[in-house]
Design a protein around this ligand. Structure first.
Ligand code: GDD
Ligand code: MN
Length: 363
């Protein structure tokens, strides 16, 4: 019999083919003398990352691959990787060599021997560095996000946005049912979902520039992040997807108003402007929902055009219901604020429920 290793390193990866081999070599060196395995969780990358993993695994039993088909998402990849492990300690690190593997030993020791629940590789404590962030814009986003987040956290943490950490697997398992699982920030999600305040050690490290390939973080990931925080503030009362859908809806109102205003300046009458505004808002809302709310099941090609047509039908029904309900309430109570809010709320719930089941087919 061969027992499970003591440590699993979970590595989410998407299009990281060129980084797989160097990472395994780096881990072998950094974890020499320890009982470990590495689990690459790949979302069926077009560059064939999983083939590279399988090729290594054929010769080295410490290498495992978890392939997910038809799904996307860093956080959910990490969650499933950890759930596939039977090790006492799990560590999570990026697959692009940006996280310094030589810190792993200290992080693991902190959890294995020193009574800590979580050890976080931190770019923001003395000795740590953010040098690898791609641009000034990224640095600004990262810093503002961190300040925002620190206000919501139960523990003091210099780098709550880190994706590099080691923790007790049993504690992770306890948080899983409450994790929102969307977006990029799995560690933050863990902190906001833990059943009790975890004991945390921060280990400084220098965030290296990416070795090969490119970053997957974009503006949509940021919006998803805001949706996750909103989800946590609502204590899971509303699903993250619904919050994202509502945010998109709000953006749609702005688009509608903007088009109406442009139309007015160009001399269009109100009805034409409103029609145009509604039409444009429907198309942009569909696009935003496809790229953001349902990012993990994004429609492409012919299915996308079919989805757009269906979306416009669904939203039109929603709009008719909206106006009808608002009219009914207004004629009874005479309060137009209440009437239009109720109409809009019911329309959003309708649009969300029907789009989720018919267009993006969320189970
Ligand atoms: N399976 C899977 N699915 N992996 C993904 C996905 C996905 O949809 N998106 C990204 N990854 C993998 C990448 O392949 C990489 O190994 C790791 O997740 C981090 O992604 P990057 O695209 O390299 O992110 P980054 O360098 O911009 O962000 C890093 O810094 C953040 C702090 O600013 C990451 O370390 C984040 O975890 C960290 O929070
Ligand atoms: Mn990276």
């Amino acid at each position: 019999m061969r027992p499970a290793p003591e440590i699993s390193i979970v590595v989410p990866c998407y299009n990281e083919r060129a980084n797989v081999r160097p990472l395994v070599a780096a881990l072998s060196h950094a974890l020499a003398g320890r009982d470990w395995e590495v689990i690459f969780v790949d979302d069926n990358s077009p560059d064939g990352t999983i083939d590279e993993v399988r090729a290594l695994a054929e010769r080295d039993g410490r290498v495992r691959g978890l392939l997910r088909v038809g799904r996307r998402g860093l956080s959910s990849a990490v969650i499933e990787g950890v759930l596939s492990s039977s090790a006492r300690i799990v560590a999570v690190m990026d697959g692009d060599m940006q996280h310094d593997e030589s810190c792993l030993g200290r992080m693991i020791d902190a959890v294995a021997g020193d009574g800590y629940d979580i050890a976080v590789g931190s770019r923001h404590v003395a000795g740590g560095d953010n040098a690898g962030l791609a641009s000034g814009w990224r640095t600004f986003l990262s810093d503002s996000g961190i300040r925002l987040v620190q206000m919501t956290l139960p523990v003091r943490l210099g780098d709550p946005m880190s994706g590099f950490f080691a923790m007790r697997r049993d504690l992770f398992a306890q948080t899983v049912p409450r994790l929102s699982g969307t977006g990029f920030k799995i560690l933050l999600d863990v902190f906001l979902s833990a059943p009790r305040r975890p004991r945390v050690l921060e280990v400084p490290f220098v965030f290296r520039p990416r070795a090969a390939g490119e970053s997957k973080l974009d503006i949509l990931v940021l919006v998803q992040f805001v949706a996750m925080l909103a989800d946590k503030l609502c204590r899971g009362f509303l699903p993250t997807r619904f919050i994202a859908f509502s945010l998109v809806g709000l953006a749609g109102i702005l688009v509608n108003l903007a088009v109406l205003e442009v139309g007015r300046r160009l001399g269009a009458d109100f009805t034409t402007g409103q029609w145009l505004g509604t039409l444009v808002a429907m198309v942009t809302n569909f696009w935003m929902n496809n790229a953001l709310t349902y990012r993990d099941r994004r429609l492409r090609g012919a299915r996308m055009w079919l989805g757009l047509a269906l979306f416009m039908v669904i939203c039109s029904a929603g709009a008719i219901a909206d106006v009808g309900i608002a009219r009914a309430i207004f004629s009874r109570d005479g309060q137009w604020g209440l009437a239009s809010t109720a109409g809009a709320a019911i329309a959003v719930v309708w649009n969300y429920a029907v789009s989720s089941t018919l267009i993006w087919r969320v189970r």
